[in-house]
Unconditional design. Structure first.
Length: 562
């Protein structure tokens, strides 16, 4: 991209000269920097051929689990689009030559975040490849309401212990009795510090990955760095804690990835970019569900809560378009002057979760809707008053907390269960299952949304859409072995293994996402099945083998030498 680099350098030089002449005649001088977003006009490609190469490279970088999840919403075999292309490196370097230090580069937003002085805002805004420069919103960690110390409802079940009320409110116990507890689903929790992961309710927790976006390391626990906290410990315990007799979360069998995205030590306007970075990271790992108990409002107004303005809302909608179901707390601000939800709960592809008490009445603090453009929010409700959580202070103790911060992970855990029941669900399918079975499904409003979640009814709704021969109380084995030989010349074979009779289709796509061959479509009996591909006339290069069944997608790749 030598030509592109030359043009960018010339543009930077011209703008700097213009601003220097302005300042020399009495222009504004520099002040202390604030955090901003710098949005670019394009991805900087010289022609479609270069863009196509970048798309192929972006798909190559995805893990198989992320490819399989995206395949549910990208129907043509290619599971990336322009939003997945990296930010133009020439544009980033141009900002550095202006003395700017970008912090986060978001491919989905086509933007970088950076601290800018007033003078730098003027300079960057005049660059021809910059679309706009906007102030950054900080995360708003809703304070826990006054009923923080209220006791939980009386225990009616020895197995759930003190967490019985929060489970019963959403009709969760019958779902656990069916054998579902989120196994196989991956949930990403974006929150503040996770300070007590040694807690006994996490003994069986399956953590896939962790990353501290505040400090830039893999340790999300408290260890004397910036932004220690306990909020993440408590929300995670609601979602996936498992300590029978004390606390049982809805999805204690799921895989989790933990992202620390909030600096709890100061209320500075720079955490919006960390949340976006955490979301893109979770996507790359293959997460299917997001649980986020953070919100963003400062620097935004109610007029911005239209589903298309706030940066976190735009990013959350992008995640949903890539097959990720996004759950976000609706906010604890009903009792304040501003009573509406905060971003990204305003997104039309985001489930904003409000809070109820153990007797199913609305928690006094739970934020209302609608969005500024008139859409219903919250979407759904779960118990958020007096919720049993893991104590952040002792590894074998529990306490109660209140807020939509805790109704959100309960809802997200049920979302993980629905993904276990049918891994082929798209976010739209999952949202419909929850909304159409909730307590106010026939008459949603801007106080309760579609109502209190009914986990059993939602599971039944999903099961009704799965062919009868493929239904089971536990996930059915469905695997795809690695193609062999690989690379291959004249032919290669794969083995598809199913744990019970089910319909299966096997297709081959090239690297541009074009369907090359249909190898099999029909019913497979229990056991392993060898399928051979002997292409005639197919060019050398890489191919994707996609196997689809009611249990989801499996993806593998093979390279033909000649």
């Amino acid at each position: 991209m030598i030509l592109q680099s030359w043009r960018v350098t010339a543009a930077v030089a011209a703008v700097v000269l213009l601003l220097l002449s302005t300042w020399a005649t009495g222009g504004t001088r520099a002040a202390a920097p604030d955090m901003y977003w710098i949005f670019f006009r394009d991805k900087g490609f010289n022609g479609d051929a270069q863009r196509q190469q970048a798309l192929l490279a972006a798909q190559e970088r995805l893990l198989p689990r992320a490819v399989a999840r995206r395949a549910k919403v990208f129907r043509d075999g290619l599971v990336v689009d322009d939003r997945d292309l990296p930010v133009c490196s020439d544009y980033i370097e141009a900002t550095r030559r202006l003395g700017i230090q970008p912090r986060v580069a978001s491919k989905w937003l086509n933007a970088v975040s950076a601290p800018l002085t007033h003078e730098q805002v003027q300079i960057v805004g005049l660059l021809p490849f910059v679309a706009r420069v906007t102030s950054m919103a900080r995360s708003y960690h809703d304070p826990e309401p006054a009923e923080y110390n209220l006791p939980t409802a009386v225990d009616d079940s020895a197995w759930y212990g003190q967490s019985w009320a929060q489970a019963a409110t959403v009709n969760l116990p019958p779902v656990h009795d069916m054998g579902y507890h989120g196994t196989g689903a991956m949930v990403a929790v974006l929150d503040a510090g996770f300070n007590n992961l040694p807690h006994q309710c996490f003994d069986s927790l399956h953590v896939i990955a962790t990353w501290d976006f505040v400090n830039g390391d893999s340790n999300v626990a408290n260890h004397g760095d910036i932004g220690d906290g306990s909020h993440g410990t408590k929300t995670l315990s609601v979602l996936a804690g498992y300590d029978p007799g004390h606390l049982v979360g809805p999805a204690w069998g799921c895989d989790v990835v933990l992202a620390k995205t909030e600096n709890t030590e100061e209320e500075a306007p720079y955490e919006e970019d960390l949340w976006v970075a955490g979301l893109e990271w979770a996507d790359s790992l293959g997460a299917e569900v997001i649980s986020s108990s953070l919100s963003y409002m400062d620097w935004y107004t109610y007029e911005d809560m239209d589903g298309n303005t706030a940066v976190t809302t735009i990013a959350a909608d992008a995640a949903a378009s890539r097959g990720i179901a996004v759950f976000n707390s609706n906010g604890n601000i009903r009792s304040s002057e501003y009573e509406k939800m905060r971003a990204p709960a305003d997104g039309d592809s985001v489930l904003g979760i409000g809070a109820v008490t153990s007797d199913s009445s609305r928690s006094y603090f739970s934020s209302y809707g609608p969005t500024y453009d008139g859409r219903i929010k919250p979407d759904l409700m779960a118990m958020g008053s007096g919720v049993t959580v893991a104590s952040p202070y002792a590894p074998d103790e529990y306490q109660t907390s209140s807020g939509t911060s805790f109704s959100c992970p309960m809802a997200a855990g049920i979302g993980a269960i629905l993904m276990e029941v049918n891994p082929m669900l798209t976010p739209g399918d999952l949202y419909r299952a929850l909304r159409e079975t909730a307590s106010q499904a026939s008459n949603p409003d801007t106080i309760f949304g579609w109502g209190i979640i009914n986990a059993l009814a939602a599971v039944d709704w999903v099961i009704a859409g799965v062919p009868e021969e493929s239904r089971s109380n536990v996930p059915v084995t469905f695997r795809l072995s690695a193609p062999y030989p690989n690379p291959f010349n004249n032919s290669m074979r794969i083995q598809v293994i199913v744990g019970m009779p089910m319909p299966v289709s096997v297709e081959v796509y090239d690297v541009l996402g074009r369907r090359v061959a249909g190898l099999f479509e029909g019913q497979l009996s229990e056991g392993g099945h060898l399928i051979t591909w002997a292409p005639e006339g197919a060019a050398s290069g890489k191919y994707w083998i996609r196997v689809r069944s009611p249990q989801g997608y499996r993806i593998a790749s093979a390279v033909r030498l000649r």
